[in-house]
Design a protein around this ligand. Structure first.
Ligand SMILES: Cc1cc2nc3c(=O)[nH]c(=O)nc-3n(C[C@H](O)[C@H](O)[C@H](O)COP(=O)(O)OP(=O)(O)OC[C@H]3O[C@@H](n4cnc5c(N)ncnc54)[C@H](O)[C@@H]3O)c2cc1C
Ligand SMILES: *[C@@H]1O[C@H](CO)[C@@H](O)[C@H](O)[C@H]1NC(C)=O
Ligand SMILES: *[C@@H]1O[C@H](CO)[C@@H](O)[C@H](O)[C@H]1NC(C)=O
Ligand SMILES: *[C@@H]1O[C@H](CO)[C@@H](O)[C@H](O)[C@H]1NC(C)=O
Ligand SMILES: *[C@@H]1O[C@H](CO)[C@@H](O)[C@H](O)[C@H]1NC(C)=O
Ligand SMILES: *[C@@H]1O[C@H](CO)[C@@H](O)[C@H](O)[C@H]1NC(C)=O
Length: 538
């Protein structure tokens, strides 16, 4: 695999930072950027074959191959003026320099899974720094740490860890193609979060290129900025080149199950009961719940899938379930023991396939393959939803075609409660029973009807208001949702506008994020429709 270094020590970084001297700005011309970049590359002796303009035959492939929500792209008229796929930090610095000089927006893309496509669409002329070739991973087996460059995918990280150890793992999301850059800097919920917290909880160092093009590590960036990029989103503060993370020790054998219950099998009562169990049960057990309207023997019903990971053996799991959730009727035959790495295939829908699928960037995650257009939203729940509330959700699900819409209930509790709300910018801690993820997806043929799906999910979201957190109605930053409010993506956004979504994602931490932003990027160079605004802008 290109650039994948597996070694016992941390990989060397070019610490040679240079200070950019800003040239006078000029009116923007599409060719100017290419010329500026080429010149900067020459100055630092970089090879220039990482620059793509629409004239390059492979421009479209490079652009499209990391677009994971066709809805975002289909809504946007602008295409990037230039895409660069740097292999060295100096090339990123060149892009920062030229983007500043020519006053053209810069978007950073790691895995391209942003729910609103903010890493690859923009209303104003823009360039993309695509991190796909900056993706080495090096594991320190003595300290159980890893330096992970941000262009790596979660699948590559899991694969590399498993090649090194049977008892090490990392707590991050289920989709193997999600990028480290967006995912870690925005949180990173995993099937082990009740035992080990989220990805951002385990970041112990980082390399970041700031708004001046300077490279920092944790020490030189300072604790405020280091705090901000662990859940506050990388984009507002710089370009994260790599994260150093603490890996977690796991048992050699874990147990998975995925039990389905339909309405005829008391799904409503079971989901209701689940809310009293899921955040309190043994933290080695994460009982995630997926809810969809399905066809069962030709009839529409609701399918509740209890998709679960237990960090231990089946014989230890069964008594836990018998004691705390006997209603589900879990039996040994429902369960499968396997090494943790195989559980990552299982939860991604690749069960039984070779581990190589984890490092295949073109293999689509199953929901993306069938419904590449989607809209997602999120909510947090602190009081169990009553049965009639659940029945209201079923009515909504039945209005969409079978399997087109899905709710995920992701349990919190356990380790998630051990962190204070301000430990890192990700504030969703004690008191939350679970997070709801809403998704409705569709394919190209159905895209003419996209307005109907958007209306459906927004109506469901209004219906849910009575059951979820209020003031703020909290949301998960990594499930980015522009319905929550938007900056105008100008240099001077209004603080008032931004605080609408800012407080939902970050609660009181939003204020501190604004302070950090004001200090490190007062001119608001790094920005998008939902980036943290600097004080100087209001
Ligand atoms: C199919 C699917 C499954 C998912 N599963 C989970 C899950 O299990 N758990 C969970 O918590 N989340 C999950 N997510 C959400 C996911 O965590 C976020 O979408 C995440 O931001 C994606 O990161 P990315 O690098 O792939 O995306 P990108 O689109 O590349 O980036 C997302 C944002 O981060 C910025 N960014 C990217 N790289 C950098 C960088 N190096 N420096 C600074 N800023 C950067 C981008 O500019 C953009 O604003 C899932 C998303 C999808 C689509
Ligand atoms: C794109 O085209 C330019 C101009 O012809 C060339 O210099 C550059 O190397 C090409 N990029 C790639 C990645 O081939
Ligand atoms: C559903 O619940 C009822 C009442 O509690 C019970 O009698 C019945 O056996 C349950 N059905 C299933 C399939 O578990
Ligand atoms: C769980 O089962 C449902 C229904 O068969 C299926 O759609 C889903 O993909 C399964 N999930 C996993 C992780 O196997
Ligand atoms: C990666 O996945 C794609 C799509 O399924 C497939 O065509 C390709 O052969 C796979 N590549 C490898 C190296 O397995
Ligand atoms: C569900 O069943 C109905 C009626 O049999 C059928 O028309 C429809 O295509 C099915 N939908 C799916 C997604 O299987």
């Amino acid at each position: 695999m290109k650039n994948m270094v597996i070694s016992g020590s941390t990989f060397p970084f070019s610490l040679l930072a240079f200070i950019l001297i800003l040239g006078a700005s000029s009116a923007f011309n599409k060719d100017d950027f290419f010329e500026c970049l080429t010149l900067q590359y020459q100055k630092s002796n970089s090879e220039t074959d990482s620059i793509y303009t629409p004239k390059n035959a492979s421009y479209s492939f490079v652009l499209q191959s990391a677009i994971h929500n066709l809805r975002s792209e289909s809504n946007s008229a602008q295409k990037p003026v230039v895409i660069i796929t740097p292999e060295h930090e100096s090339e990123i610095q060149a892009a920062v320099y030229c983007s500043k000089k020519l006053k053209i927006q810069l978007r950073v893309r790691s895995g391209g899974h942003d729910y609103e496509g903010l890493s690859y669409v923009s209303e104003t002329p823009f360039v993309i720094v695509d991190m796909r070739n900056i993706r080495s991973i090096s594991i320190d087996k003595e300290k159980n740490t890893a330096w992970v460059q941000t262009g790596a995918t979660l699948g590559e990280l899991y694969y590399t860890i498993a090649k090194n150890s049977k008892t090490l793992a990392f707590t991050a999301g289920v989709c193997p193609n999600v990028g480290v850059g967006g995912h870690f800097s925005g949180g990173g919920y995993s099937m082990m979060s009740r035992k080990h917290g989220i990805a951002a909880d385990h970041i112990i160092d980082a390399k970041l290129i700031d708004a001046h093009g300077q490279i920092h590590d944790r020490k030189s960036m300072g604790e405020d900025l280091f705090w901000a990029i662990r859940g506050g989103g990388g984009t507002s503060f710089g370009i994260v080149v790599a994260f150093k993370v603490q890996l977690t020790v796991i048992p050699e054998t874990v147990t998975v199950f995925n039990v389905t219950r339909t309405l005829e099998q008391n799904a409503t009562q079971l989901v209701h009961r689940w809310q009293y169990v899921a955040d309190k049960i043994d933290e080695n057990l994460l009982l995630r719940l997926f809810l969809r309207s399905i066809n069962s023997s030709g009839r529409r019903t609701i399918g509740a899938f209890f998709t679960s990971l237990y960090l231990g053996r089946v014989d230890d799991l069964l008594p836990v379930m018998q004691k705390k959730f006997p209603e589900l009727g879990l039996v040994k035959e429902d369960c499968t023991e396997m090494p943790w790495i195989e559980s990552t295939l299982y939860f991604a829908g690749f069960q039984g396939q070779s581990l190589d699928v984890l490092v295949n960037r073109t293999e689509p995650f199953p929901p993306e393959a069938s419904t590449p257009f989607f809209k997602g939203k999120s909510d947090y729940v602190k009081q169990p939803i009553p049965e009639n509330g659940l029945e209201g959700i079923w009515e909504f699900l039945n209005k969409e075609d079978a399997n087109r819409a899905e709710l995920q209930f992701s349990p919190y509790g356990g380790r998630m409660n051990d962190f204070s709300e301000s430990e890192i910018p990700f504030p969703h801690r004690a008191g939350n029973i679970f997070m709801i993820h809403y998704r409705v997806g569709w394919n190209l043929e159905e895209n003419a009807d996209s307005g109907r799906h958007m209306k459906w999910i927004r109506e469901l979201y209004s219906f849910m208001a009575r059951y979820v957190t209020k003031s703020p109605r909290a949301a998960y930053f990594n499930y980015r949702d522009l319905d929550l409010g938007m900056n105008n993506n100008e240099v001077k956004p209004s603080y008032k506008e931004a605080s609408v979504w800012g407080v939902k994602y970050f609660k009181n931490n939003f204020k501190r994020l604004v302070q950090v932003k004001s200090k490190v990027d007062p001119t608001n160079f790094y920005r998008n429709e939902q980036s943290v605004p600097p004080v100087s802008s209001w």
